[in-house]
Ligand binder design. Structure first.
Ligand code: 5RP
Length: 293
């Protein structure tokens, strides 16, 4: 029988208190469904609106990359320090403890190795497997200007359609061919195409000139890609500038796991991204943590 549990007088309806309607402040994500927003909130810290993703998916096209030869030994211990892990489903199943509560974004495209034309990718994972693995998102490479540009864009749009059906956010990764000019004009084009065609967030490279125009003209969050290993102070400065110029965080790989002290570097990047720590101070923190081992 309805409401037979306690005396009606003892119930609390707070009839004079209007129900709250919680908003969702992540850029361009206000109209997403609850499941999609919840997954985004697992990757982007709701307190800062930012994320430090640890990218360790490199093996999907370049095999045992330096620093990733034994991911059970080098990467698994780092997982607690990041906001989300970007990896392949193979590594997740084989090496990441299922008891880990860290959100995972899964690499969903692949095909060619470094020996072939990299833009010739296909979708390499079914959305069902991402759901089975409790992923917080999926990532796909988009090669604007590349030989197989249209195919890679089509991979992304198919994945976005699947993601929208299941509440799974899609991160588009703007991949740049060796012969292409890495400037703000190119990244504005690439990021905007990804967002217009439905990507829920975009991973792209930092450029010193005009990065704020890349983030401003992209209607969804941008996370900064790390790129090849550079000096710690330069990587920290790049992350600092990227978030100051509108990025919602970073998805960094080699500049963390190829550092002399990866855990220290991850902590320093986190301070920069979430607490706007100045690069010099973050470097001092890195050095101190490295010293302490
Ligand atoms: C290539 C990728 C990578 O596989 C990886 O995530 C790159 O990380 P980083 O450049 O920081 O080492 O997305 O475009």
């Amino acid at each position: 029988m309805p409401e037979a549990d306690v005396d009606k007088e003892a119930k609390q309806f707070f009839a004079d208190v209007p129900q709250r309607t919680p908003g969702f402040s992540l850029k361009g994500c206000g109209a997403l469904g609850w499941g999609m927003q919840n997954r985004m909130a697992r990757v982007f810290n709701p307190e800062t609106g930012r994320t430090v993703m640890l990218a360790v998916d490199h093996g999907y096209f370049q095999g045992p990359t330096t620093g990733l030869e034994r991911m059970d030994l080098t990467i698994v211990p780092l997982i607690p320090e990041c906001d989300a892990l970007f990896c392949t489903r193979g590594v997740l199943r084989a090496l990441v403890p299922a008891a880990s509560r860290k959100p995972v974004v899964l690499r969903a495209s692949g095909g060619p190795s470094i020996l072939k034309e990299l833009s010739n990718e296909e979708l390499a994972m079914d959305i069902e497997d991402a759901l089975r693995l409790n992923a917080a998102g999926i990532g796909v490479q988009v090669f604007i200007g590349g030989e197989f540009e249209t195919r890679s864009v089509h991979n992304m749009t198919r994945l976005v359609d699947q993601g929208n059906r299941h509440g799974m956010p899609v991160m588009a990764v703007t991949a740049v061919g060796r012969e292409m000019v890495r400037d703000a004009r190119y990244f504005r084009l690439a990021c905007r195409i990804c967002a217009e065609l439905g990507a829920h967030y975009v991973k792209t490279y930092y450029v010193a000139e005009g990065f704020e125009t890349v983030t401003a003209s992209c209607p969804v969050p941008i996370v900064m890609a790390g790129g090849k290993k550079i000096a710690e102070i330069d990587a920290l400065t790049m992350a600092y500038n990227a978030v100051r110029e509108g990025a919602a965080g970073v998805d960094m790989g080699r500049n963390i796991f190829q550092s002399d002290a990866p855990a220290a570097m991850l902590k320093a990047v986190s301070e920069v991204v979430h607490r706007a720590m100045k690069p010099r101070d973050a470097l001092a923190l890195y050095e101190e943590l490295k010293r302490k081992g």
